[in-house]
Design a protein around this ligand. Structure first.
Ligand SMILES: C[S@@+](CC[C@H](N)C(=O)[O-])C[C@H]1O[C@@H](n2cnc3c(N)ncnc32)[C@H](O)[C@@H]1O
Length: 290
């Protein structure tokens, strides 16, 4: 099966940065996976939709291995990422964990054909890449058995990594980069073929998809300075990506600063700083099918 995303993002090129993020988030992912599987039946079926490089896929595989196994179905439209997720999940799972991979566009109606129906469908940072997010949630919910749980990680508090005054450029760079990133994202959504607004919060969207017992929890990404080399590499990747998406939405002076921060050969390289950190939260919205 071939598939494509709707957002014009080169996801395969994001693979190394996504792997770095998975490694940093491993502990947080383990906690979220443990919380989500706690009330599932024996040998459950879990779908990770838009699994990326598989940080949460691996956490689910580990949870299934601790319990008496189950089925883990990984779905993504980008084959390179799906292959990476499969590697991560098979390393974390055990013989009792049956792993399946599906290359599919979540918006294409394939999830409702999956067998068996799922006890848990998880989709992190994926729904906001679909042109019609409400229809996407309905697709995810259609893969649930009656009483099954849909959990989507969307929104939270913006991740921050940089001190306010970096000693180069004008202070407050990160706020301006994040504002430019939001503009880019708004334009990306508006430019998607078939884009439909979602003019309310995720709890309402889950309710409109027919889910009940809708609620949410948030989890923390908290890696204080001074950070490991992996943390600093992650932040350098992030600068590179923010510079790319901000484009000419920021001033020439800010563009120069962020280019210097992302350049390993520059004395201002962010990856060589001992005062960068990660602080942010992500929210998991969930509900149950009837
Ligand atoms: C921001 S990444 C999130 C990856 C992972 N879930 C995480 O939280 O780290 C978005 C993922 O969704 C996938 N994706 C985007 N649009 C998709 C679609 N229409 N169908 C299936 N996967 C899609 C991309 O290939 C990418 O792996």
């Amino acid at each position: 099966m071939s598939a494509h995303t709707h957002d014009d993002v080169d996801w395969a090129a994001r693979l190394p940065a996504m792997r770095r993020a998975d490694a940093l988030d491993a502990e947080a992912h383990a906690g979220v996976a443990a919380r989500l599987v706690a009330d599932l039946p024996e040998r459950p079926t879990i779908v990770d939709a838009g699994c990326g490089t598989g940080g949460m896929s691996a956490a689910f595989a580990a949870q299934l291995a601790i319990r008496s196994g189950g089925v883990l179905i990984l779905v993504d439209a980008t084959p390179e990422l799906l292959a990476e997720a499969e590697k991560a999940a098979s390393a974390a799972g055990g013989p009792e964990v049956r792993l399946e991979t599906v290359v599919a566009d979540v918006a294409g109606g394939h999830l409702r054909e999956l067998e068996p129906l799922a006890d848990l469908v998880w989709a992190s940072a994926m729904v906001h890449h679909l042109p019609d997010q409400q229809a996407g949630i309905a697709e995810l919910a259609a893969a649930l058995r009656p009483g099954g749980k849909l959990a989507i990680a969307e929104g939270g508090l913006q991740m921050q990594c940089l001190p306010w005054d970096l000693g180069i450029g004008e202070p407050g760079l990160e706020y301006r980069l994040l504002a430019a990133r939001d503009d880019w994202f708004g334009e990306l959504r508006a430019g998607m073929a078939g884009s439909v607004p979602l003019p309310h919060g995720w709890n309402i969207a889950l309710g409109k998809a027919g889910l009940i017992d809708v609620s949410a929890f948030s989890f923390l990404h908290d890696h204080p300075a001074p950070g490991s080399e992996a943390l600093r590499d992650f932040i350098a990747d992030r600068m590179d990506w923010l510079a790319h998406v901000a484009g000419d939405r920021i001033s020439e002076a800010d563009r120069e600063t962020v280019t210097r921060l992302a350049d390993p050969g520059d004395p201002a390289y962010v990856g060589a700083r001992d005062d960068v950190f990660i602080l942010g939260t992500r929210t998991v919205h969930y509900g149950r099918s009837r």
